[in-house]
Design a binder for this molecule. Structure first.
Ligand code: AMP
Length: 544
């Protein structure tokens, strides 16, 4: 028997309509590419979204077409997100930090027809345009009459393009399974893979992440997503934010400590979201200037392991509650969050920080399991580590154009490529990427755990732990560190620092001090590159 409730397709158009009708005065505040501050309310933003949809239709954009963006977090990027998806086309966010040949590949793989780009990327677009035969129109996200100086065929100017358009657009009645956006993930090997989101997955992901334990979004919140809209949809904040009528504070390209702190103070930001490196940099700036985070209540961190020391500093010195989470582009992107359960609230601080340092427990909508090499499920005892697999309505069921089918199991799970343990409380502890795990004498050493300890040493700025071939043990860990400015790393002292913090046989065999570590386009340690660099390194423990 069917229930008697009304049916409504879960589309992004419903978020837009809700935001315009019920939160017309809520604001989006953005740092422009010229550094100035721009403000717009949802009502005006909505009108401009309608105009953009008319302009794109005039350019020939049809349902299903891919419209690419290459832009920082800002109001025009939000307009593109909504106009493109709500008209039934697919908003393809390009990551400007990818290598040029990857960007070349992605645009052709997606067959983008229009590209909207921030003027800061004009030269990059100009360089790559000849390799993108499918792109018919280039639109600079620029002020009226102020196109960037670049040589692009038929270059259009965003404000000029939408200026004469109608503020009405008849949004199509979309099936909620209609594709709305596309984002490529860049592994360390092979070509990037396209994750094709649909309206339904974005809406229910936004609903779920809005919940109390995670973003806990309230209309009165002022939210600063440092996490970029070009990577994993800024953790769904452009959707969850408008759904809840919050003030969105968009940092544009100003992601450094001074810029962020200025915005936080001026806009009374209550919630921050970003990767650990951004917060470490912000903390450095605060320490140097004696600045505070008075308005900030919560800080979301994920995308890479958040050092425990960072969680502790933010809570004890700045009174900011830290929520550490794990996710992937393939998960829209949020999978787990590390909020202690009720009976853990009164635990001693150290024990609580240890829980917060874990990657967390699944949100409603995400199911997970860990399996051994034969695909057998492993126990949730906090120790057994295996391949992490997930499933759920906002988890990718396949890659665009059927790429990498081996990532999806026959019984309906997505193989994340991460290695993890799950404890009896359901908290996930990520130990590695499958490719980065260190196998010493047949046992696994968690490089993430080693790095976590290393960065809590006062002289260490950043750390990476990689496997070095060893004649007796197969592989042993080498710790590669970047010292803090003005600090010197003493190898013996750093290795002694590990005693009592990890199992004795996990302690790295040696330390290499470098000026900087390589990163991928999404800000993660590029360990493949590091392993290449240290390929011929001989550990002092290796007699051979
Ligand atoms: P991406 O799709 O670019 O967001 O990358 C997803 C990958 O980032 C995951 O598969 C993890 O390897 C890593 N990652 C995300 N969050 C965390 C976290 N909290 N701790 C450690 N690694 C993380």
């Amino acid at each position: 028997m069917h229930g008697l409730m009304m049916h409504g397709e879960l589309t992004i158009t419903t978020i837009l309509r809700h935001a315009m009708r019920w939160h017309p005065g809520s604001e989006i505040v953005s740092r422009r590419t010229d550094g100035a501050i721009h403000r717009i309310n949802y009502a005006d933003l909505g009108r401009r979204i309608h105009k953009l949809a008319n302009a794109l239709a005039r350019l020939g954009v049809k349902p299903g077409d891919r419209v690419a963006t290459l832009a920082w977090n800002g109001w025009r990027h939000v307009e593109a997100y909504y106009a493109v998806s709500c008209m039934g086309a697919v908003c393809h966010t390009l990551n400007p930090r990818l290598f040029a040949d990857q960007l070349g590949y992605i645009v052709n793989h997606a067959e983008d027809t229009v590209l909207l780009f921030d003027v800061t990327f004009a030269k990059l677009v100009e360089k790559l345009a000849p390799s993108w035969p499918t792109v018919r129109h280039y639109v600079a996200l620029a002020d009226a009459g102020a196109p960037p100086a670049c040589d692009l065929p038929g270059l259009l100017n965003y404000e000029d393009l939408i200026a004469g358009e109608s503020e009405d657009f008849a949004w199509p009645d979309l099936d909620e399974r209609t594709a709305c956006s596309l984002c490529y993930t860049s592994g360390t090997t092979g070509n990037p893979k396209g994750v094709l989101f649909d309206h339904r997955s974005q809406v229910i992901h936004a609903l779920s992440v809005s919940g109390g334990d995670w973003l806990c979004l309230r209309q009165r919140d002022s939210v600063l997503p440092v996490v970029p809209m070009f990577h994993a949809c800024a953790w769904g904040l452009p959707y969850a934010g408008l759904m809840n009528g919050v003030k969105l504070v968009m940092p544009g390209h100003g992601l450094d400590g001074p810029n962020l702190c200025e915005l936080i103070d001026a806009e009374k930001v209550t919630l921050l979201a970003g990767v650990p490196t951004v917060w470490l940099e912000m903390l450095r700036h605060l320490k140097a200037t004696g600045g505070r985070l008075d308005s900030v209540e919560r800080l979301m961190v994920g995308g890479a392991a958040a050092p425990r020391s960072m969680i502790q500093t933010l809570e004890e010195e700045y009174d900011v509650r830290v929520v550490h989470g794990w996710g992937m582009t393939e998960l829209s992107p949020v999978g787990t969050l590390s909020v202690p359960k009720a009976h853990m609230q009164d635990w001693p601080a150290e024990k609580r920080y240890a829980v917060q340092g874990l990657q967390g427990r699944p949100l409603y909508g995400v199911d997970m399991r860990i399996v051994d090499a034969d695909g057998r499920e492993l126990p949730h005892d906090g120790t057994a580590a295996g391949a992490l697999q997930v499933r759920g309505p906002w988890v990718a069921g396949g890659y665009y154009r059927g790429d990498n089918p081996e990532s999806f199991t026959a019984d309906g799970w997505f193989n994340t490529g991460d290695v993890a343990a799950i404890d009896a409380e359901g908290f996930l502890r990520l130990t590695d990427r499958t490719k980065d795990v260190i196998k010493s004498g047949g046992e696994w050493i968690s490089s993430i755990e080693i790095e976590n300890v290393a960065v809590s040493h006062p002289a260490v700025q950043e750390a990476a732990c990689i496997a070095i071939t060893h004649s007796k043990w197969g592989e042993r860990p080498l710790l590669v560190v970047v010292p803090k400015a003005g600090a010197a790393v003493d190898k013996a002292d750093l290795l002694a620092f590990f005693e009592g913090k990890v199992a004795k046989w996990w302690i790295p065999d040696d330390v290499a001090v470098v000026e900087e570590l390589p990163h991928t386009a999404t800000g993660k340690l590029y360990k493949l590159g590091l392993r290449e660099r240290f390929r011929d390194f001989v550990l002092p423990t290796d007699a051979n």
